[in-house]
Ligand binder design. Structure first.
Ligand code: SAM
Ligand code: SF4
Length: 343
């Protein structure tokens, strides 16, 4: 594949109206997925026609433009990014960009057994793998189509490939897998990897009410503190995660536990990120509708990045102060699914 990428960039930084610097983008490269996790998708999910999704060349051009504007961290996500044909090409292109410090990936792990080592070579530093249960039957029930064995093989391949950081992402749901928090933490300790618990968010309409399954991270933390000594960590990613380290008899263990609590607002003031959907919509906040459509700018100006750059810089004026998720509302807080926006 070839691409036109040269552009002259004059503005070094993206700074919003509240003085926050945006240096992190999360790009969804597909809305499709081989799983149908019950909290993420409805059973009869409709996917976008292919011409409404950014091409991989358009994705690469977008990332390069953002990096030119001071973005130093890029997370590739989806849908399931690794089921997109030729996704590796994009990782290879982006992995070479000067000015990019961290290329990271969020995946369900189903394709990692065959792709982990090539992704490492392409420059991916860290991988987040979503695992909500270590019980094969339950894993199948939650993902509807997933195979735990395949995902665990993907995890092992990633460990062997030598990534700088591997983290499990877990969404706990009441009455489903909320009894597995400690087992999942113990698994992470045994594997010498990290784990984050993500609170379920009201994104898109699924087949249950969010309030009926919601498990708060405050409760999960309390439960884990009754089993482990957890030492608060000062580490921050500028996002909704708070971290703890598991202490063990012989000192601190390598395992970090993150709690991603989007229902609390206390992280919005340090928000450093924006999200780009697979349709090229630049969302300034996961929990709000403020957006700019970048796809027409890409397609109408194939040889000129100036309009794209102007739109991205201009978008900083509409980045909202924060979000507001209310689980008691009958309708989803945000109509779009996480698989569309990219988690
Ligand atoms: N398919 C990949 C995966 O599952 O890791 C990447 C995309 S997925 C949308 C990214 C993350 O979002 C996953 O860790 C998933 O558990 C989480 N997620 C999806 N829908 C969610 C929701 N409604 N609330 C909270 N987390 C959600
Ligand atoms: Fe697919 Fe990830 Fe959504 Fe599960 S959470 S359905 S793996 S996109």
């Amino acid at each position: 594949m070839s691409m036109m990428l040269d552009n002259v960039i004059t503005t070094p930084k993206l700074i919003d109206q509240f003085g926050r610097t945006v240096d992190y983008i999360r790009l969804s490269i597909t809305d499709r997925c081989d799983f149908r996790c019950v909290y993420c998708m409805s059973e009869d999910m409709m996917f976008l026609p292919r011409n409404e999704v950014l091409s991989l060349e358009e994705c690469a051009r977008l990332v390069k433009t953002f990096v030119g504007l001071g973005v130093s961290k890029v997370r590739i996500t989806g849908g399931e990014p690794l089921v997109r044909k030729n996704a590796l090409w994009l990782f290879e292109e982006v992995g070479q960009l000067e000015g990019l410090n961290e290329l990271v990936l969020t995946t369900n792990g189903s394709q990692l057994e065959s792709q982990a080592s090539a992704l490492k070579k392409a420059g991916v530093k860290r991988i987040n793998i979503s695992i909500d249960s270590l019980k094969p039957e339950r894993f199948k029930k939650i993902t509807r189509t997933g195979n735990l064995e395949q995902v665990l093989a993907g995890l092992q391949a990633s460990i062997h490939a030598g990534f700088e950081g591997i983290k499990l992402n877990t969404v706990l749901m009441r009455g489903s897998n909320d009894d597995e928090a400690a087992d999942l933490v113990q698994f992470a300790i045994d594997q010498k990897i990290d784990i984050s618990f993500i609170e379920e968010m009201p994104l898109g309409e699924v087949d249950h009410t969010r309030e009926s399954t919601f498990v708060s991270n405050t409760d999960t933390l309390k439960l884990l503190q009754s089993k482990y000594t957890l030492l608060p960590s000062t580490e921050t990613t500028g996002g909704p995660a708070r971290y703890w380290r598991v202490a063990q008899n012989n000192g601190e263990s390598a395992t970090k536990i993150g709690f991603i609590s989007p229902h609390s607002h206390n992280f919005c003031e340090s928000c450093n990120r924006v999200r780009i959907t697979c349709k090229g919509e630049l969302y300034l906040c996961l929990g709000q509708e403020d957006k700019v459509d970048l796809m027409p700018l890409l397609r109408q100006n194939p040889n000129d990045d100036a309009p794209l750059i102007a739109a991205i810089i201009g978008s900083m004026a509409i980045k909202p102060k924060g979000h507001d998720f209310d689980l008691r509302r009958a309708e989803p807080a945000v109509v779009r699914f996480m698989s569309h926006t990219g988690g």
